[in-house]
Design a protein around this ligand. Structure first.
Ligand code: UDP
Length: 243
């Protein structure tokens, strides 16, 4: 079946809904043990792909690039090729965990600091007491290290959640996925930190005013300022230059 795609700065986004992606694509592929590479991308990913050719080629070779970030959906509207909806990676991860729990599929958790990784696994086990977690590993290692990939391959997981941050997580997946026989590989960014409460969401007051981004900016001004500029550049390019 031809995929309905929307191209944003040379990256093809899959134009689908969260429900359809799960039911028509991901669940059947998991059922058949088909290997899959899923990227949930926001404007920062697209901007990064402009300066990092390896990362761009990886995004172009992934099985699915999904719009995670309202900026991508807005940009699709500006170019008159609207994406159906934003599909948040954090929520998609829970959809997949729920499915894994129900269908007795095995999961692996790779990434974040050791204590966060351990706590994230405990939180998932608390939420899904019967879930089959076949292993976990923190995210501070050299992505060229083959021994970690080999250890994961031997654990034979159906789902591999990779929380190394962008673009490390996508580079790790692209490099090591060929050695695997099966598995749905998904980069999940800072999800383990959010899952464990390591990174706190803004208080409701800020969220209600749509100022969560500003709250985060105040908490980490140096890191966030650079990111904010990239997102602004993305918006200006997409709105006015169309490239
Ligand atoms: N991380 C990691 N190894 C590294 C660098 C980062 O495991 O070498 C983890 C980090 O601890 C965090 C996650 O990657 O849990 C993503 O962090 P960030 O907030 O930068 O990701 P984003 O969601 O913004 O892509």
């Amino acid at each position: 079946m031809e995929k309905n795609l929307v191209m944003i700065m040379d990256i093809n986004f899959y134009n689908t809904t969260r429900q359809s992606l799960l039911e028509k694509d991901l669940y059947p592929r998991l059922e058949h043990g088909e290997k899959s590479f899923l990227v949930t991308a926001n404007p920062e990913f697209v901007m990064k792909s402009r300066e990092d050719a390896e990362f761009k080629a990886i995004l172009q070779s992934a099985d699915y690039v999904i719009p995670d970030g309202i900026g991508i959906v807005k940009a699709s509207n500006w170019i008159n090729d609207p994406l159906k909806e934003r599909i948040p990676g954090f929520e998609l991860m829970f959809d997949l965990l729920e499915y894994a729990d129900k269908e007795k599929l095995s999961c692996y958790f790779l990434g974040a600091k050791e204590a966060v990784n351990e706590k994230a696994v405990k939180e998932v086990e608390k939420k899904y007491p019967d879930i089959n977690i076949v292993g976990r590993h923190h995210g501070f290692f050299d992505i060229a290290d083959k021994s970690i990939a080999e250890k994961i391959r031997k654990a034979n997981p159906d789902l591999i959640f990779v929380a190394l941050g962008m673009p490390r997580q996508e580079k790790w997946i692209a490099r090591h996925m060929p050695e695997f026989d099966k598995g749905l590989f998904m980069g999940v960014g800072g999800s383990f930190d959010t899952l464990t409460g390591e990174v706190k969401r803004a208080p409701q007051f800020w969220i209600k005013l749509n100022l969560e981004w500003f709250y985060r900016f105040l908490k980490q001004p140096t890191v966030r300022f650079k990111r904010l500029l990239k997102v602004l550049e993305f918006a200006v390019r997409m709105r006015f230059k169309r490239e």
